[in-house]
Ligand binder design. Structure first.
Ligand code: UDP
Length: 234
């Protein structure tokens, strides 16, 4: 598939058009940002690792009935994806207290939640991705009621499937962020599922195998991503 015009460059990825109007090339960079891009850096080899991790996880989800934008891997850093009209909502699913939930509600990091918690954030960098609820989503016309049903059901299903998938590989799925989009009247899971947007803790040691190593200057960032890749792709 020929890569054509660059249509979008984000913090960690670039999207290119192809000669098929329904398909895009998603290119994974090594750039890393945190705290609404106030902290910037490079995680060497991240793009290559995230491309493979996301491909494996999205394939697993598709095989279990979750429709996604993933089509196929093209190269080390590139995958072919369906061109979605992205819904401007970041959907966060949480199983264990961490990050902003811990700060917002004053709960200790690591406390297990009795049931998964779903949160929505308005995908708007200038506003710093504020938290929103169903009423804001309706007011801003970000998604219809039917679309939200598909998104909520999809997010919980992804959580069930990935919690089990990671558990079998000795990893706790603490929380993660998903993005969905519209494609020919259907809601598909888009974006990526990687240690950039998931909290993944080693089951025995509770060692962090995700972007918190970068956010919190814990060291061993590349090694953590490589460990996730090893456990996911064997
Ligand atoms: N997350 C993300 N992009 C964002 C914000 C959060 O991918 O812009 C992910 C993050 O990696 C974590 C989950 O969503 O797995 C929950 O993040 P949280 O709200 O705790 O925010 P943080 O502490 O990362 O600021």
């Amino acid at each position: 598939m020929e890569r054509r015009a660059r249509i979008y460059e984000g913090k960690a990825k670039i999207l290119y058009e192809t000669d098929d109007p329904d398909l895009l090339v998603q290119y994974f960079k090594d750039d890393a940002t945190a705290f609404n891009a106030q902290k910037r850096g490079t995680i060497v080899g991240k793009g290559v690792m995230n491309n493979r991790i996301s491909a494996a996880l999205l394939t697993h989800l598709a095989e279990h009935g979750v429709p996604t934008h993933f089509v196929k891997l093209l190269s080390d850093r590139e995958m072919l994806v369906k061109r979605l009209q992205i819904i401007k909502i970041e959907v966060v699913v949480r199983n264990i207290v961490a990050g902003s939930l811990s700060k917002r509600l004053g709960l200790p990091e690591g406390q297990a939640l009795v049931e998964p918690v779903l949160e929505f954030f308005y995908k708007d960098d200038a506003l710093g991705d504020p938290m929103i609820n169903d009423y804001h989503i309706r007011m801003l016309r970000l998604a219809s009621g039917t679309e939200m049903e598909a998104i909520v059901d999809g997010a919980f299903r992804v959580n069930e499937l990935l919690t089990e998938y990671f558990d079998r590989r000795g990893i706790m799925l603490v929380d993660f962020k998903l993005e969905f989009g519209r494609y020919r009247g259907q809601i598909l899971l888009g974006d990526e599922i990687t240690p950039d947007g998931c909290r993944l803790w080693e089951k025995e040691t509770r060692e962090r195998l995700d972007k918190d190593r970068f956010r919190r200057d814990l060291g061993g960032v590349e090694e953590a991503y490589a460990e996730v890749l090893r456990r996911v792709c064997g």
